[in-house]
Design a protein around this ligand. Structure first.
Ligand code: NAD
Length: 481
């Protein structure tokens, strides 16, 4: 049975008016169809915006307590269903069961955090020039479009729908075409939790539907997470009248100095680079290591990469799932070829796979040494399990290589020196800095976003003092006597 119900527009679950659909297959075994979703058109997108534009005001008028309660109830529902949700997530996206369980529990935790934000919204009062009163209030922006990627299909979406709804906005949500069921599960929980049908629409599909949502003049704000390429197109298309929040790619580096505990460094890098099969925006893709410890670190990284157990994320003992799509697998293969052509030495990752894995999109964790920091592998986001190693002979050189990137999302350092750690935090060009921790993994209640090509520079996603500003308009009211 197809678990994907379709689009949710004006309170109805239905297919695309065009009848177009797209099939999703299990990335661990592409013989298995896990769902068939509408491949929505621009007309479907416009219908969704129209429905939310007409319907969200009743939600906006509800008290902050009522909005918070609905988000809390959605969180309860997701927590109760977390086991089943995690299994569905593995089958649809490919991550391992323990990675999926983590996401299925973090998502409701995020919703609870944003429920609290509904209660914390507050305006200001100002001293008027004459008699009367001047105050500002926080109003919802109106219709918010949320467009998300497939790698954290629940959590990233919750970080957008949660605060948007907490502030009283209506939301049109377009999940990735790779993970339609996870998009649906979040929407179902929110509706069951008490968000009214008028305030929420779900549009399944890809670029056509997404572009039409961004283009619609009835939309007040667009929040997007995905690639720099698509984010840039969205920024141009949204124009000056819409708010735009873009969370994009990364080329995250870990610096390992000669005073580092190398076992700790190898654990941190292995987890950051090869957790989620390398498909995390904050994933480690570059290691910059002091000459003196290069060989020892390499040895430890190779041991850990070779210990990884590839397979279906639902199978016991598997700690490295497939890539999410055939396109992802082909991209990883292309980058292995490019890196070799550019002079990199592949130390691990091209060993043949067992026949049993030929039914899925599997790639081994790959480690390259002798990579030029201006080469394609070092500069372009692969978004897969491919790690490049670079040598440095000093702290200063290591930071220079780390900063030689168009991206600036997450960066890490492994060192025993507090002084060097703090200097790194000051000098590295990244929105998130990790000392003796993997580049992946971020707190629910701390600001999150990057610099350079990793984020638009106007609003930070997820906590931080600009988060609720994105979803609210400061309205200034003058009261005369
Ligand atoms: P993608 O950019 O291909 O797609 C993202 C979303 O945009 C999808 O829903 C897609 O359907 C939609 N889309 C595509 N073309 C569009 C258009 N013209 N107009 C509107 N919407 C359009 O990214 P992906 O492959 O789904 O995800 C991987 C990327 O996401 C990587 O670059 C990764 O770094 C990034 N990412 C960033 C963060 C972050 O927080 N910075 C988090 C996770 C993933």
């Amino acid at each position: 049975m197809n678990p994907v119900k379709g689009n949710f527009i004006a309170g109805e679950w239905a297919g695309s008016a065009s009848g177009r659909t797209a099939e999703r297959r299990n990335p661990a075994d592409e013989r298995e169809v896990v769902g068939e979703a509408p491949d929505s058109t621009a007309d479907d997108a416009r219908a969704a915006v129209g429905a939310v534009s007409d319907g969200y005001r009743e939600w906006a008028r509800r008290s902050p307590e009522a909005r918070a309660r609905a988000l809390e109830q959605a969180a309860d529902i997701m927590e109760r269903g977390a086991d089943q949700l995690a299994v569905e997530l593995v089958r649809e996206e490919g991550k391992t069961l323990s990675e999926a369980r983590m996401e299925a529990t973090r998502t409701p935790a995020n919703l609870r955090f944003y429920a609290g934000e509904a209660l914390r919204l507050a305006g200001q009062t100002f001293q008027p020039a004459g008699e009367g009163l001047v105050f500002s209030s926080r109003e919802p922006v109106g219709v918010v479009v949320a467009i998300t990627p497939w790698n954290f299909p629940l959590n990233i979406a919750a970080r957008k729908l949660g605060p948007a709804l907490a502030a009283g906005n209506g939301v049109v949500f377009k999940p990735s075409e790779v993970t339609p069921l996870m998009g649906q599960r979040l929407v179902e929980a929110l509706l069951e939790g008490g968000v009214p049908a008028g305030a929420l629409a779900l549009v399944q599909g890809g670029a056509e539907a997404g572009a039409a949502l961004v283009d619609d003049e009835r939309v007040g704000a667009v929040t997007f997470t995905g690639s720099y390429l698509v984010g840039s197109a969205i920024h141009r298309a949204a124009g000056p009248a819409k708010r735009c929040q873009l969370e994009m790619g990364g080329k995250n580096a870990v610096v390992v100095l000669d005073d580092a505990d190398l076992d700790q460094a190898a654990d941190i890098i292995d987890r950051g680079a090869f957790g989620l099969s390398g498909q995390a925006c904050t994933g480690t893709s570059r290691v910059i290591v002091h000459d003196a410890v290069h060989e020892e670190l390499l040895k430890r990284l190779l041991e850990r990469a070779r210990r990884r157990r590839l397979g279906n994320g639902l199978d016991d003992g598997v700690d490295f799932g497939p890539l999410a799509t055939r396109g992802q697998l082909e991209k990883v293969h292309r980058y292995l070829e490019k890196a070799i052509a550019d002079g990199g030495r592949l130390q691990s990752g091209d060993e043949p796979l067992p026949d049993a894995l030929a039914v899925g999109y599997f790639a081994r964790p790959a480690i390259f040494t002798d990579v030029e920091s201006s080469s394609r592998l070092a500069q372009q986001e692969v978004f897969g399990p491919v790690l490049s190693m670079h040598r440095a002979s000093s702290f200063e050189e290591a930071v220079e290589i780390a900063n030689h990137s168009e991206y600036g999302l997450s960066a890490g350092i492994v060192t025993g020196s507090l002084e060097r750690a703090l200097r790194f935090a000051r000098e590295v060009e990244a929105g998130v800095v990790k000392v003796n921790q993997p580049t992946t993994g971020v707190a629910i209640n701390a600001p999150f976003g990057g610099i350079k090509h990793s984020s638009s520079q106007t609003y930070k996603e997820q906590a931080g003092d600009t988060m609720m500003k994105f979803y609210t308009i400061d309205k200034t009211v003058y009261i005369g006597t």
